[in-house]
Design a protein around this ligand. Structure first.
Ligand SMILES: [Zn+2]
Length: 304
């Protein structure tokens, strides 16, 4: 998050596979305006839609906007604003940041969608300490990835891959991952993977938990497998960056309290075997991402 625009209004845009959402945010983080449109495919349509939803969210105050932040799926270079491979929108390569800056005349910063959501979730759930310390969002979407915010600033790492823990290949079933490796955590611990492992309901996770609680054997086995992978993901995140809060986000986290309960049960099971793990008290650090607020768009604005 830069501070040079701290006194102006910001627009945050959250680019999704089916919709594009924008908010107008005040310098102190309040949402002043909001707009949403259905996403269309292809470079030209995506750029037109980002610009139009941004202008809709700001309305008559567009001239006061000091920065635009965009959170998008795909391979994002946050330094240059270039985005590659937004698969659901048929975008192969695009200079999203420079193109939007040119169309709007406003400085534009682009982040990957998980990083943007991490900033938004951290700002909304940071509590009295705000954005101080390290706060991580663990996102269970199509894939599995974490966004890590340190004192309000995103941790990108050397190549932008910080937090990409979904492709740590430690899952014992060794399923082939689209990335080419076998046993990536996201082959089990992601929304898309749970939908594959539990095709009996949509969304799958609430049904899986309900049936596991009723001791239906297939559900017990499947949930056990998923929770072991999620437990591993949480430990990898916690033991590498030791966040104050670990916020669970993405479509799967909309399961809500029942998901938090089964994850806590997995962590307590591990703590009972390991005093070191018990001393970390990870269940106390877990939160569910807010579902009623446009977390990704707010975060994109704050990260601009
Ligand atoms: Zn992988």
């Amino acid at each position: 998050m830069s501070t040079n625009n701290a006194n102006g209004l910001r627009i945050g845009v959250d680019v999704g596979g089916t919709k594009i959402e924008a908010v107008l945010v005040s310098p102190d983080g309040r949402v002043l305006g909001q707009a949403r449109i259905a996403a269309r495919r292809g470079n030209q349509a995506v750029l037109e839609d980002i610009e139009s939803v941004a202008r809709q969210a700001a309305g008559e105050r567009f001239a006061e906007v000091a920065a635009i932040g965009i959170g998008t799926p795909g391979q994002v270079n946050a330094d240059t604003g270039h985005v590659g491979d937004i698969v659901n929108l048929d975008v192969v390569s695009m200079d999203m940041g420079p193109e939007i800056a040119q169309r709007t005349g406003v400085d534009t910063h682009v982040e990957n969608d998980v990083n943007a959501a991490a900033v938004g979730a951290a700002a909304l759930l940071g509590g009295a300490e705000g954005l101080t310390g390290t706060i991580a969002l663990l996102n269970f979407g199509t894939g599995l990835a974490a966004g890590i915010v340190q004192d309000g600033v995103l941790l990108h790492g050397y190549s932008g891959a910080a937090g990409e823990i979904g492709h740590v290949p430690v899952e014992p079933h060794r399923f082939k991952c689209p990335c080419g490796q076998y046993g990536c955590l996201e082959t089990v611990a992601s929304g898309a993977s749970v939908a594959r492992l539990w095709p009996h309901a949509d969304p799958p996770m609430p049904d899986l938990i309900r049936r596991a609680i009723r001791r239906e054997a297939e559900a017990v086995d499947t949930l056990d497998m998923v929770m072991r992978a999620i437990g591993d993901a949480i430990q990898i995140l916690a033991q590498s960056v030791d966040p104050r809060l670990i916020i669970l986000g993405g479509g799967m986290a909309k399961t809500g309290e029942p998901l938090l309960e089964v994850i806590n049960a997995e962590l307590h099971r591990r703590e009972a075997q390991c005093h070191f793990l018990e001393s970390l008290n990870l269940p106390a650090r877990l939160r569910l991402a807010p579902v009623e607020q446009p977390v990704g768009a707010i975060g994109a604005a704050l990260a601009a």
